[in-house]
Design a protein around this ligand. Structure first.
Ligand code: 5GP
Ligand code: ZN
Length: 114
């Protein structure tokens, strides 16, 4: 998707501070962090949101979730704890329509979120 911000990061057309990368998944630091550690984990293949995920996306999204603890380890929050958030649609304030898992940590997080 040429007009998708995160597809452009995957394709190397925009810079990103990468934390993890493999054939199917990329993790990079959020440009506007909401916690001391804030990483976005995305499938390299374009999926607009969880609402658009199909049966053929199950392997990549399963793999992505398996990668999250490694991402947490790399940014030093695996032991202290972290939160994983997938904003989906208007009420959740999704702004980038390429599925991304927020990994937030490095401080005690509030619950419930606003
Ligand atoms: P959403 O609100 O859609 O769940 O989250 C989108 C996230 O992408 C936001 O936390 C925002 O700061 C982040 N973001 C937006 N543009 C860029 C960018 O160009 N680079 C990086 N690294 N993060 C971005
Ligand atoms: Zn995309």
């Amino acid at each position: 998707m040429a007009d998708c911000l995160f597809c452009r990061i995957v394709e190397g057309q925009l810079p990103a501070d990468k934390v993890y990368e493999d054939e199917h998944v990329l993790a990079f630091r959020d440009i506007n962090p909401q916690a001391p550690q804030h990483v976005l984990v995305i499938p390299k293949r374009h999926i607009a949101s969880l609402n658009e995920a199909g049966d053929d996306d199950v392997p990549v999204l399963g793999h992505l979730q398996r990668v999250i603890p490694e991402v947490a380890r790399r940014v030093g929050v695996a032991e202290s704890g972290y939160r994983v958030v997938v904003n989906t649609g208007r009420d959740a304030l999704q702004t980038v329509f390429h599925v991304h898992y927020h990994v937030l940590g490095g401080r005690t997080l509030q619950w419930p979120p606003g």
